[in-house]
Write a protein that binds this ligand. Structure first.
Ligand code: GLU
Length: 298
C-alpha cells in the first residue's frame, strides 16, 4: 500500500459518449478511481461531449449506469462539455491576444499528401489574423495553436521521465472548420475549471499530453500530474481496445468478473474469493491495496 499523500488530489474520468463502456475504458476508469481514493482524493466525472458529431445517442446514460454498476461513484455533479463553449472561446481569445493562434485553410485533401505533423503551411500567412470561425457556417478555416519548437519534459507516474520536442507534433487544431472546439483545448480548460490535480488515463493519449502541457503553460493554468496506463489490446492483436476497434460493451451483469480482470490487468492483487464478495467490498479492498508502482512492474 502506498503512503497516503497530504497534497490535495482531484482526479477525473473523462469518457467521450461515443459508445458504451468497454473493458479498455473500465481499466482507465478503475485506475483513476483507485488512485484518487487511495490518495484521499476526489474523483470527478466529465462527459467529453464537445464533439457533437461523434456523440452516440444513449451512450452517456449507458456509461453512467455501467460506472454505477461497477461501484465507481463520482464526487459532485457530472460535468458536461457541451455547454462550456463560452469558456473555450475565452481561452482561444487569450491565445489569440498572445498571437499564438492562426487561421488554417488547408484542405483535408492537401494534408493527406503530408502525413505526419502539420507542416505549418498557414503559420506565416495568417499568424495574427483572428475571427470567430462560427461567423461562417461551415467555417472557411480551422484555428491552430502555434506550438513552436520547445522541448517539454514531465515525469509520468507510470512511464517515468518523458521529453518531447513540439516540432515532432506540429500545430494542433483548437477550433475546427466545422466550428466545433477541439478536444485539446476543451480538456485543458476543463481540467483547470474542475481544479484537476492528477490525470490517470491510457498511454494512447501521451502525445496529447504534450499539447495539453503547452496549452496549460500558454494559458497560465496550473500544471497537472500525469500517469499513462499501458494500452489494453484485443487478444492476439496489437490493436488498442477501443470503441473504434469494435470493443464489446461491458456486461454489467458480470461486474464482479470485469473488476477482477481489470485489477489483474493493472497488476494489482485480488482479495481472497473475490467472486463471493459484493462489488463495493472489492472496490474497498482494491483502494486499500492500490499501488500505482505495480503497473510499471508489469
Ligand atoms: N475523452 C477521452 C476518451 O474517451 C479521454 C480524454 C482524457 O482522459 O483526457 O478517450
Amino acid at each position: 500500500m502506498q503512503p497516503q499523500t497530504l497534497q490535495p488530489y482531484i482526479g477525473r474520468f473523462a469518457p467521450s459518449p461515443t459508445g458504451p463502456l468497454h473493458a479498455g475504458s473500465l481499466f482507465a476508469a478503475l485506475a483513476s478511481y483507485l488512485d484518487a481514493k487511495a490518495n484521499n482524493g476526489q474523483w470527478l466525472l466529465r462527459i467529453e461531449d464537445v464533439d457533437t458529431l461523434r456523440n452516440v445517442e444513449g451512450a452517456c446514460e449507458m456509461i453512467i449506469q455501467s460506472l454505477r454498476n461497477h461501484g465507481l461513484d463520482w464526487d459532485g455533479d457530472i460535468f458536461y462539455q457541451a455547454d462550456k463553449n463560452v469558456y473555450y472561446q475565452a481561452g482561444l481569445d487569450q491565445l489569440a491576444n498572445q498571437s499564438q493562434v492562426y487561421y488554417c485553410d488547408c484542405t483535408r485533401a492537401k494534408l493527406r499528401e503530408y502525413p505526419g505533423p502539420y507542416p505549418g503551411f498557414c503559420r506565416q500567412k495568417k499568424r495574427v489574423a483572428y475571427a470567430d470561425a462560427s461567423a461562417h457556417t461551415p467555417a472557411s478555416h480551422a484555428i491552430r495553436f502555434h506550438c513552436g519548437e520547445q522541448q517539454y519534459s514531465f515525469n509520468d507516474r507510470v512511464l517515468g521521465p518523458q521529453s518531447f520536442n513540439m516540432q515532432t507534433f506540429g500545430d494542433c487544431i483548437l477550433k475546427r472548420r466545422d466550428s466545433l472546439f477541439a478536444y485539446q483545448l476543451a480538456v485543458v480548460i476543463d481540467d483547470a475549471a474542475q481544479a484537476i490535480t492528477h490525470v490517470v488515463r491510457g498511454a494512447d493519449l501521451l502525445e496529447s499530453t504534450v499539447w495539453q502541457i503547452a496549452l496549460q503553460q500558454s494559458l497560465n493554468l496550473p500544471p497537472v500530474k500525469y500517469a499513462h496506463l499501458p494500452v489494453i489490446t484485443l487478444d492476439n492483436s496489437a490493436q488498442k481496445l477501443s470503441k473504434q476497434t469494435g470493443a464489446a460493451a461491458l456486461n454489467d451483469q458480470c461486474a464482479n468478473k470485469n473488476l477482477q480482470r481489470a485489477l489483474q490487468q493493472l497488476n494489482q492483487p485480488l482479495p481472497l474469493s473475490p467472486e463471493q464478495l459484493p462489488i463495493k467490498a472489492i472496490i474497498t479492498w482494491a483502494i486499500e491495496h492500490w499501488d500505482i508502482e505495480r503497473i510499471r512492474e508489469k
